[in-house]
Structures are given as structure tokens and as C-alpha cells.
Design a protein around this ligand. Structure first.
Ligand SMILES: N[C@@H](CCC(=O)N[C@@H](CS)C(=O)NCC(=O)O)C(=O)O
Length: 212
């Protein structure tokens, strides 16, 4: 069997979620660099793999796949290792709900609206969009409360064991927590904060830390 190849860049939260799934399953893989934010954009050969120009994309034994939710579920189901999705329909639905919240609300608001405006743009010497930041800071507590409510008293977001919900959310939380407001908001929810302390210590998280 060939090693899976993941196309993307280590700065991407979505690439990192797929890499975390590979790490948790104990799967050896190659990371083939694709920089979607390069001035010239992604190479045309990559657009043949991912017509929307987003990262990541996966190739495994000739099977090509894009969209992170499909990739992480495929990794979970195609490889040996601990199951990352609960078998019980209600628990599995909860995991899928949290992944959907990550895509629909966490990524645009906590990553683009807060991390990018508050941390990344100033580091690059670019002006922040104050309105975007303010609107995102206003929406963020709703998102954190929803996640904290769904998590309840479990150790992990989806219950007693680590699931894809944790792996999708963790890379986004890592960026969000780099903003002082992000750290403060996280600390207001004891269960989420404790989850983040557990999650950030996993070997996969350390091995996939963005380089820049
Ligand atoms: N729906 C896509 C989203 C992936 C995504 O947005 N990736 C970002 C990097 S974290 C990207 O490629 N952005 C490039 C762009 O917005 O042009 C998936 O689930 O894979």
C-alpha cells in the first residue's frame, strides 16, 4: 500500500486537521507543499486536484479526495488505529454538528475575524479591518458558549474519547488563542479551557505546529 500524500501547507488549519487525523491513526504520510496564498496562487496542476483552490487534498493509492471533512472521515475509516468517530448515532451526530460549527462559525469568526485581524495582519505590517474585528469579537462569545454547552462535562468535545470534532477544532483554537481576547474568552469556559490544555499537549499537535 502506498503512503497517503497530503497536499497543502502547514499554516492551514484544515491541512492540520487532516494531519492530526493521520497522526492519531498512526499513519505515515507525505506532505506535498502547496501554498494557496502565494502571489501567483496555487499551481494549475493543483487546481486539477482541487478546483476551488483550497487546501488540503489527499491522494491514496490513486484515490483522490478533497474537502477536509471527507478526508478526515476517510482517514478514520480506511486505516487501522483508534476510531475517531463514535458508533452511536447520537454521539456521531454531535461530532458532526461540532465539525459543522467549526466550518461555519469558528473558522470565519475566530480565525479570520479575530486571529487574522488581531494577530496575523499586524505581524505582517498590514492594517487590520477594525469593523471586521469588532463584529467578530461581538459574535465570538456566542460560538464559545455553544461549544461549551455541547461539550458539557466530557473530557473531549464529542464525549469520553477523542474524535474528529477535537481534531477539526484544535487548529482553529490554536490561532484564536494567540489573540489576547481569544485567550480570555477561552478562560471564561472552564470545560473548554481544560479541553484545550489537554488537546494542545497531544504529540500530534506538537508535531504539526505551523512553522511560520
Ligand atoms: N471547504 C474546504 C476549506 C479549506 C480551506 O478553506 N482551506 C484554506 C486554508 S486553511 C484555503 O485553502 N484557503 C485559500 C483561499 O481562501 O483562497 C475544506 O474543507 O477543505
Amino acid at each position: 500500500m502506498q503512503k497517503p500524500i497530503l497536499f497543502g501547507a502547514d499554516y492551514s488549519v484544515y491541512v492540520r486537521a487532516a494531519r492530526l487525523a493521520l497522526h492519531e491513526k498512526g499513519v505515515d504520510y507525505d506532505l506535498e507543499p502547496v501554498d494557496v496564498f502565494a502571489d501567483e496562487g496555487p499551481p494549475p496542476s493543483y487546481l486539477a486536484r482541487q478546483p476551488f483552490g483550497r487546501i488540503p487534498a489527499l491522494e491514496h493509492n490513486g484515490f483522490q479526495l478533497y474537502e477536509t471533512g471527507a478526508i478526515t472521515r476517510y482517514i478514520d475509516e480506511a486505516f487501522e488505529g483508534p476510531a475517531l468517530q463514535p458508533a452511536d448515532p447520537r454521539h456521531r451526530a454531535r461530532v458532526n454538528q461540532i465539525i459543522s460549527i467549526a466550518d461555519g462559525y469558528v473558522y470565519p469568526t475566530l480565525v479570520w475575524g479575530i486571529y487574522v485581524e488581531r494577530v496575523s495582519k499586524p505581524l505582517r505590517g498590514e492594517p487590520s479591518d477594525g469593523k471586521h474585528l469588532a463584529a467578530s469579537l461581538f459574535k465570538a462569545p456566542i460560538i464559545l458558549k455553544a461549544l461549551a454547552d455541547l461539550m458539557g462535562g466530557g473530557l473531549w468535545l464529542g464525549g469520553a474519547s477523542l474524535t474528529l470534532a477535537d481534531l477539526h477544532l484544535a487548529p482553529m483554537m490554536d490561532y484564536f488563542g494567540m489573540a489576547p481576547e481569544g485567550r480570555q474568552m477561552l478562560e471564561e469556559h472552564a470545560n473548554l479551557n481544560a479541553w484545550w490544555s489537554r488537546m494542545r499537549e497531544r504529540p500530534g499537535m506538537r508535531q504539526t505546529k505551523p512553522t511560520a
